[in-house]
Design a protein. Structure first.
Lengths: 267, 286
């Protein structure tokens, strides 16, 4: 059903990773992705694996949920492995049959690419599993505040994002209700060709749009009534503050990043 | 002729850490021709329960039977069932979408695959039942008042000519006049058209005044089931469930505590008037 649709995919358990500041998780994820592309040695990838395993272990999110994130990128993964495997030149040639040729560097490149993509996706999945969408926007607002200097309306963008995120479940529930109401009037959303199905959406979409507009005007009115006037001088109920655990997390991330860089230079 | 739940269980989000056991072993039989009120606190599971009655939700275990046939058995035509068991959701005016009132009322019967004359006849019939004349045909449903919109929406369900009509809080958000209009329409549908009405409500007065039988849902189970008099006799339990009895029931109990021997089981204003007069007469004869 529509109601079960989730954006972001927060997995509600309590863990050290869940409690980390969203800014910590955002930057750690960014740094982790960078590290994946810096690494070019099996030992470095072993480090990446250990780092990831530690984070997953601490997060208490079941691994199968994180692995589920790989499903949509399967085609992309297969393609990049394919191209790297067959189109990379160099020596030695391991296998040759007519124009199909697999070389040593090609094989290595394909394996590395696969590892990078898999860990990149699983790493970002872990972040979305452990951070609520609202915490993420909060983190982005505070983390990207420096962009205000170049007149990027950081607060407004963050506010728009959190309102949009806030309304997704509401509108999804509304859509679910309208869908059920029209099904109760005999509407058929499941059968028929493309045109029949598109037509069947009208009784769902018209009321949904009307309701979205109604909610938008109500919300604007309610915000005005509470004297909302933009981000200037606005305080937060739960201001983001770095804790000791964030310092420890940053320390671990930088040690890991240092090891990966050192391996790139030395090995 | 009946609508029956047997050992109905529904678990929302089964398998997730957030799963909720919404309905627990519900056994409920509604016979054709009854006027039933379903009451329960917010989150008690009453809305989930009624959505099983026309197959919008699928039970995790247990059965829903319409005239003895399990509606979730393979090949059962649930769309046809929804024509037999009509459902009016909360704020049904939010589901209107057509450019004019008449077309919107035609939507339900059209989905049943009827002939054009039959569709129009049914729509006309349904609109007349809820008190909307032909002058409303070409008006946009969005320019009507709240009460009128709601009547259009109810007509849209009635036009399918259901044997059972389920309404979720049909009076929510209406002024007292609009509320009585809707409830009187329901009463007339029950008495003159022989439609079984299942009314979900928060208002004990509405329920006491109109229904013959009350089902109290509490924490996913049926806590009480009986006539209004029987159910409201348990007014202390109802309060534990976050519900109450009609105000006149409390007045009757208060009068008894002060020594006037009024029948404490009264549930409507008329009954209370008669009971108090009777008690006063008995007093003056002594």
């Amino acid at each position: 059903m529509l109601k079960d649709m989730t954006l972001g995919q927060y997995y509600p358990v309590d863990s050290v990773i869940h409690r980390l500041d969203p800014r910590t998780k955002l930057s750690a994820t960014m740094l982790y992705i960078i590290s994946l592309f810096l690494a070019n040695h099996p030992l470095a990838y072993l480090c990446s694996f250990l780092f990831f395993a530690l984070a997953v272990g601490l997060s208490r999110v079941p691994f199968r949920y994180i692995a589920k994130g790989l499903k949509p990128i399967f085609v992309l993964l297969a393609l990049s492995v394919f191209f790297n495997l067959f189109l990379t030149g160099g020596e030695p040639v391991l296998f040759q049959w007519k124009i199909i040729r697999i070389t040593g560097p090609g094989l290595r490149q394909a394996i590395y690419m696969a590892i990078r993509l898999v860990f990149l996706v699983m790493g970002s999945a872990l972040m979305t599993y452990t951070t609520t969408p609202n915490a993420l926007t909060d983190g982005m607002e505070k983390g990207l505040r420096f962009l205000k200097v170049v007149h990027v309306p950081v607060h407004e963008i963050a506010m728009m994002m959190s309102i949009a995120l806030r309304f997704i479940p509401i509108l999804a529930e509304e859509a679910d209700k309208i869908q059920k109401a029209q099904m109760a009037r005999g509407a058929n959303f499941e059968e028929g060709g493309v045109i029949a199905r598109a037509k069947a959406m009208i009784p769902l979409l018209v009321p949904l749009f009307i309701s979205a507009f109604r909610r938008a005007t109500d919300l604007a009115m309610a915000m005005e009534a509470r004297c909302y006037h933009g981000g200037e001088g606005r305080t937060k109920m739960y201001p983001l503050k770095y804790q000791r655990r964030d310092a420890i997390a940053y320390l671990i991330v930088f040690v890991y990043l240092g090891i990966v860089i050192a391996m790139r230079i030395l090995l | 002729m009946s609508l029956e739940c047997r050992k109905l269980n529904y678990i929302y989000g089964a398998g997730l850490p957030t799963q909720v056991h919404v309905l627990k072993d519900i056994d409920l039989t509604i016979t054709k021709g009854e006027f039933v009120g379903i009451i329960g606190h917010t989150g008690s599971g009453k809305s989930t329960l009624i959505q099983h009655l026309n197959g919008l939700l699928r039970a995790t275990s247990g059965q829903v039977c319409f005239d003895g046939t399990d509606i979730f058995s393979d090949g059962y035509d649930r769309r046809a069932l929804r024509g037999k068991v009509g459902m009016v959701f909360q704020y049904p005016e939010h589901q209107l979408f057509e450019a004019d009132v008449f077309s919107d009322v035609c939507f339900g019967p059209r989905n049943l695959g009827l002939s054009d004359e039959e569709i129009k006849a049914r729509a006309r019939w349904a609109m007349e039942l809820v008190g909307l004349g032909p002058e409303y045909d070409n008006r946009s449903p969005f320019e009507l008042s709240g009460g009128q919109k709601r009547r259009v929406a109810i007509a849209g369900v009635l036009a399918m000519r259901p044997d059972y009509l389920i309404l979720d809080e049909p009076t929510a958000g209406l002024d007292p006049g609009g509320r009585d209009d809707i409830l009187d329409v329901l009463k007339m549908l029950h008495e003159e058209q022989g439609i079984s009405v299942i009314l979900v409500s928060h208002s004990m007065e509405d329920v006491a005044n109109y229904v013959q039988r009350i089902v109290v849902v509490q924490d996913g189970r049926i806590a009480l089931d009986g006539t209004p008099r029987e159910v409201f006799r348990h007014y202390r339990e109802l309060e534990e469930y976050g519900l109450s009895a009609p105000q006149v029931t409390y007045i009757a109990h208060a009068l008894r505590e002060r020594g006037l021997m009024v029948d404490p089981d009264v549930t409507t204003v008329e009954e209370a008037r008669d009971a108090i007069l009777q008690a006063l007469r008995a007093n003056s004869q002594q």
